[in-house]
Design a protein around this ligand. Structure first.
Ligand code: ZN
Length: 183
């Protein structure tokens, strides 16, 4: 059996290393340690090129949203919305602002929360559950400076005609944003 870490396939106790009686949620038969698997929180952004509340004049194609081309596995080379994992006790809204600073070099004021979506993320040979929390935001006049460790390219896509994104929860969040902007 392949040793597994802390995910749904965990087979050894993280405290005493004894074999677990079954997959989590379970308790170690040797030391009693209880092992649970929970979705890890992430923060994501549907970042628009203009305030959807503001009339756009002659342009009626709707707002565009920013996608980045992933520079690293998993899903390297695919388009994604900016974002990442929350640290420790960090609130997802704070993580979203921090990720915008790190990935795009911009300071954002967040708009509404678009929702929470359960997804899967492959990390260190485990498929882990994630809780993806998405926020709407608008990029004013700031120019983006990509972090080459995170993304190789950025592009604005029509919110009402998005390409398939790296993770299903991103597709869901973009649809939620389009629904909200149309209302
Ligand atoms: Zn144990």
């Amino acid at each position: 059996m392949t040793p597994r870490g802390y995910g749904p396939g965990a087979s050894f106790c993280p405290r005493c290393a004894a074999a677990l009686p079954g997959p989590p949620p379970t308790a170690c038969g040797d030391c009693g340690y209880q092992l649970f698997v929970n979705a890890r929180p992430t923060a994501g952004l549907v970042l628009l090129d203009r305030d959807p509340e503001r009339p756009s004049g002659v342009d009626d194609s709707g707002p565009r949203f920013l996608a980045l081309r992933r520079a690293a596995e998993p899903m390297i080379g695919r388009w994604e919305t900016p974002g990442g994992f929350c640290d420790g006790w960090e609130h997802p809204a704070d993580a979203a602002v921090r990720e915008a600073r790190e990935e795009l070099g911009v300071e954002l004021t967040l708009g509404d929360c678009l929702g929470m979506f359960i997804g899967s993320y492959e990390f260190q040979d485990e498929v882990l559950p994630v809780l993806d929390v998405f926020f709407l935001a608008t990029l004013d006049d700031q120019s983006i400076v990509l972090n080459p460790a995170e993304a190789t390219e950025s592009r604005w896509f029509p919110l009402f005609d998005p390409p398939p994104l790296a993770f299903a929860t991103m597709d869901q969040a973009v649809r939620a944003a389009a629904h909200r902007v149309r209302r």
